[in-house]
Design a protein around this ligand. Structure first.
Ligand SMILES: Nc1nc2c(ncn2[C@@H]2O[C@H](COP(=O)(O)OP(=O)(O)OP(=O)(O)O)[C@@H](O)[C@H]2O)c(=O)[nH]1
Ligand SMILES: [Mg+2]
Length: 391
């Protein structure tokens, strides 16, 4: 069933989720367990080109409700982390009961909380049990007004549809016929392609953020090793002495970003290591930092800081390069681009950051404790805040 989209249905207990799903999917509905938690049910049917996922009952007292919301969040996070495209949520139907007007605003607050992990997935608010025809329009206005107070809901709530899923018997002679279902199906079809794109963006942002945190810890450990190795009295003219550390750093990052071991990968890693060790860029960076004037720092501290700077800068640049490859913007074969990116990480910006760190090191000796301080300063100086653009 690949190529199917997924609709997540959320709403408090008894709002009419099951009734809605049954009516939308028709009689050939097929329920699937699929290794999901017992709170989450997945339905498929030949009548609509998407799965419908019932996130279950979010009713109960405050604590129970919060636990339910958390369960949904956990469920969606697990899927996002797996990068399991088959389980991505592409459109959300959020069911709000239309019968009790005073509860509408409260249900919109719950909507905000229950959907916040799907940062950009389009939402359709379904006002269930909209039996009173005369109230429908006003209920839509109340929901819209409540959503407009919240930035994400204002952006993501794309349709508000009053629905009567099943005939409602008012008395023995009067009834309210089903309504709103065709509108719901139409709005869902319309939003599905956008929802598929939105999911891609959300998952990328999410997994990149997590990977970046791990990458930074790799860079920090490598930088500390670089500082230790660099704190030797022999003057270094290139960064060849750092080859083992940079190799370990780049390999660890490659594993983290799923860069394989094929020949393209090897060539790519060699390109990075060459820039980081024997390249003209590395040599120029070293001489530039050595030549920084007016700094009262012991030679061994300068060496340590320079060595650490290179490891930190190479690590940071490698992380950014791998991120672009990871999201598919670049390929393993873009070695020229990689070379330029790495070289530029050792140019003007490198010298500015390195100089700043050296300035802070005045009067410091290269003792054991100081090495950790130096490494800390370098990692701080060379890692840009997350969310900052790399171009
Ligand atoms: N006549 C009529 N009854 C409805 C409609 N929607 C919901 N109901 C009734 O409302 C009650 C609750 O509906 P469900 O569909 O079970 O609600 P739910 O959201 O799945 O509830 P939980 O599974 O407990 O979270 C049932 O008695 C339904 O028959 C509707 O459109 N028309
Ligand atoms: Mg139900």
């Amino acid at each position: 069933m690949s190529g199917f989209g997924n609709v997540l249905v959320i709403g408090s207990g008894g709002v009419g989720k099951s009734t809605l799903i049954r009516k939308v999917l028709g009689s050939d509905v097929n329920e699937r367990g699929g290794g999901l938690t017992h709170e989450v049910h997945v339905y498929e049917s030949l009548s609509v080109p998407y799965r419908v996922i019932d996130a279950g009952d979010l009713s109960g007292g405050f604590l129970a409700r919060r636990a339910g919301v958390r369960a949904v969040k956990r469920w969606s996070r697990t899927n996002a982390l797996d990068g399991n495209a088959d389980n991505d949520i592409n459109v959300i139907w959020y069911c709000i009961e239309g019968k009790s007007r005073k509860l509408i605003r409260q249900q919109v607050s719950e909507l905000a909380r229950a959907t916040d992990v799907w940062y950009s997935v389009p939402i359709i608010v379904v006002i269930t049990k909209s039996y009173a025809e005369l109230e429908r329009e006003e209920n839509v206005a109340i929901v819209r007004e409540a959503c407009n107070h919240r930035r994400r809901l204002k952006r993501n709530v794309r349709a508000i549809i009053p629905v009567v899923a099943d005939t409602y018997q008012l008395s023995s002679t009067t009834f309210v016929p089903p309504s709103g279902l065709p509108e719901l199906l139409e709005a869902t079809d319309e939003l599905m392609p956008e929802g598929v794109r939105a999911v891609k963006t959300d998952i990328e942002a999410f997994t990149l953020k997590r990977r970046r945190a791990v990458a930074r810890s790799i860079v920090a450990a490598s930088t500390a090793a670089g500082v230790t190795v660099g704190a030797v009295p022999i003057p270094i003219s290139d960064a060849l002495i750092l080859t083992p550390i940079e190799t370990a750093e780049v390999n660890a990052l490659a594993t983290l970003y799923g860069i394989g071991k094929g020949s393209s990968s090897k060539k790519l890693l060699n390109t990075i290591l060459e820039v980081g060790t024997v390249s003209t860029a590395a040599k120029a960076a070293i001489s530039a930092l050595k030549a920084v004037p007016g700094i009262n720092v012991a030679a061994s501290v300068i060496n340590a800081a320079i060595a650490g700077s290179i490891v930190a800068a190479i690590g940071e640049a490698t992380m950014r390069v791998f991120e672009r490859i990871y999201v598919g913007e670049k390929t393993l074969d873009d070695t020229e681009w990689v070379k330029r990116a790495l070289e530029s990480s050792l140019s003007k910006d490198f010298i500015a950051r390195g100089t700043k760190v050296l300035g802070k090191l005045s009067g410091v000796s290269a003792g054991k404790d100081q090495k950790a301080d130096i490494a800390g300063l370098l990692v701080g100086a060379f890692s840009r805040k997350s969310g900052e653009s790399d171009e």
